[in-house]
Design a protein around this ligand. Structure first.
Ligand code: NAD
Length: 503
């Protein structure tokens, strides 16, 4: 049996319960049908039906938000060590079911096993990392003044909403849900309608690990309906959102009446700048990895290559050869490097840029076409002869599509790198230390890597500037979002209190 057929057999075993029972909402530890009936989720691999999914509406969100509100005091007040133990058990549960999570994620989203097996385990790492900080998360400072002993403490903000996208949905959900639970918040999770499967697995694993009913609730449904209701619900104190920039703006508007605290992780059009003095072999590997891995459906992808004139021709020729050699195939085949795009809508969006590139006068140096009709497969694509004003250089395509733009001087590269609405990541390749420092200091991005691809380290701040977002994840930054700071001042004696009306 090949690895592919072996994986398909295993997947079919895991799919059975989904096709028989569909995906219900999970509220207060119970399966609950959606008030809107059901919608269907299909696999992008062959467009086949996976299962029915509960179509949650505002009334389901209301039930879930009330469940999260009712579960909050006990979860907040549970001794930290007990909460920590439950979160570690969640991590162990994820590890035990990592293969099931990865196979379902691939089938639901089109991502390849090659990357999703790691993404499932990264979900477990997220739980372990934040579990380890539960004990100290509420610690504060003492800030003594001449008359007062001032102390600070942190308290969980309350029930929160987590709204996630369809790209690597399992890993991204844990990134939000783990610190929220570690803080002592309860959660209503609204997963993306295009990829509901692994959110169901997560809530099951969490409950099996001992998470009390109502601490994590999952409501499936559409953004403009269930998502909007979550943002508007008065019991929900904050929204942690990952998705498109224009949705981020809606999240802010929808939460205005209830004064929601929002954390927005949004889109990107991230530059990778390759100078002539760089280690060009390593730069080539990183440029390819950061746009063609995870189907290019990656917020941190380096979708704009800025390459110095003097090396451009050679670098692009090597790029074309490698891009044409990338293996597009069935996501469950461990040798596949790219799988199908997530939905028909997204496939239509990505492929529309092949014509846009031509209309703008760029060259399609590799790819630029769909593959077959069975699923939403596209060839990895490279646009050359582009400039930074073109739509292919300014708009987030969110597929395996790279736009290469030449530059002559460092000043020109910097101006182009910053000439975008976004500011999530930037990647700089040079062996000139002073230039690396100068350039990264002026690059408008929340995260920058020098002579490296994106390597996530959980204690570091993750997030973007400009239209790429507001707020940071990771380390203590996550706790800052899910918790309130409280200051308490204790008088240390009988200091003078100004007396009014006493003459
Ligand atoms: P999207 O904005 O369409 O949807 C994301 C989620 O928001 C979904 O669950 C959706 O149902 C919900 N939603 C949609 N409209 C809503 C509304 N009015 N109110 C509340 N919720 C609503 O994004 P997508 O297409 O699923 O994901 C791709 C996008 O996510 C890309 O732009 C990508 O860059 C971004 N992303 C960013 C990061 C990051 O960390 N910065 C990480 C991953 C993905």
């Amino acid at each position: 049996m090949t690895a592919l057929t072996d994986n398909i057999t295993k997947l079919n075993g895991f799919l059975k319960r989904f096709s028989e029972n569909g995906i219900q909402n999970r509220i207060a530890g119970q399966d609950v049908a959606g008030a809107g009936g059901v919608f269907q989720t299909h696999s992008p691999v062959d467009k086949s039906l996976i299962c029915d999914v509960a179509h949650g509406t505002a009334s389901d969100i209301d039930k879930a938000a009330n469940a999260a509100r009712d579960a909050f005091p006990a979860w907040r007040d549970m001794p930290a060590n007990e909460r920590r133990k439950i979160l570690i058990k969640v991590a162990e549960g994820i590890e035990a079911r990592a293969e099931e999570i990865a196979l379902c994620e691939c089938w639901d989203t089109g991502q390849t096993m090659r990357f999703m097996s790691k993404a499932a385990l990264r979900g477990a790492e997220n739980f372990r990392y934040f579990a380890d900080q539960v004990i100290s998360a509420r610690d504060g400072q003492h800030l003594k003044s001449p008359t007062l002993m001032n102390i600070t403490t942190r308290t969980p903000i309350g029930p929160v909403g987590v709204i996630t996208p369809w790209n690597t949905p399992f890993m991204l959900s844990t990134w939000k849900i783990a610190p929220a639970l570690a803080s002592g918040c309860t959660v209503v999770h609204k997963p993306a309608e295009a990829s509901p499967m692994t959110a169901r697995l997560l809530v099951e694993i969490a409950e099996e690990a001992g998470l009390p009913p109502g601490v994590l609730n999952t409501v499936n449904g559409f953004g403009e309906e269930a998502g909007k209701a979550l943002c508007e619900h008065p019991a929900i104190k904050a929204i942690a959102f990952v998705g498109e920039s224009r949705t981020g703006s809606l999240i802010t508007k929808q939460g205005a009446d209830t004064l929601k605290r929002n954390h927005l992780e949004l889109g990107g059009k991230n530059p990778v700048i390759v100078f002539e003095d760089a280690d060009l072999d390593r730069a080539l590997d990183a440029v390819i990895f950061m746009i063609y891995s995870i189907n290019g459906e990656r917020c941190t992808s380096s979708s704009r290559l800025l390459v110095q004139d003097s090396i451009r021709e050679d670098f692009e020729a090597k790029l074309v050869a490698r891009v044409n050699n990338i293996k597009v195939g069935h996501p469950l085949d461990p040798t596949s490097e790219i799988g199908p795009l997530v939905t028909e809508e997204h496939f239509n969006k990505v492929t529309s840029y092949f014509d846009i590139a031509k209309e703008d006068g760029a060259t399609i140096a590799a790819g630029g076409a769909a593959i077959g009709e069975a699923g939403y497969f596209v060839k990895p694509t490279l646009f050359t002869n582009a400039n930074n004003k073109m739509r292919i250089a300014q708009e987030e395509i969110f597929g395996p599509v790279l736009t290469s733009i030449p530059f002559t001087t460092e000043e020109e590269a910097l101006a182009m790198a910053n000439d975008t609405a976004y500011g999530l990541t930037g990647y700089v390749w040079t062996n000139d230390l002073t230039r690396a420092l100068r350039f990264s200091d002026q690059l408008e991005a929340g995260m920058i890597w020098v002579n490296s691809e994106n390597v996530r380290h959980l204690p570091t701040p993750f997030g973007g500037v400009k239209s790429s977002g507001i707020g940071r994840d990771g380390g203590d930054w996550s706790f800052e979002f899910y918790m309130e700071q409280k200051h308490i001042g204790f008088a240390m004696g009988n200091h003078k209190i100004t007396r009014l009306g006493a003459q």
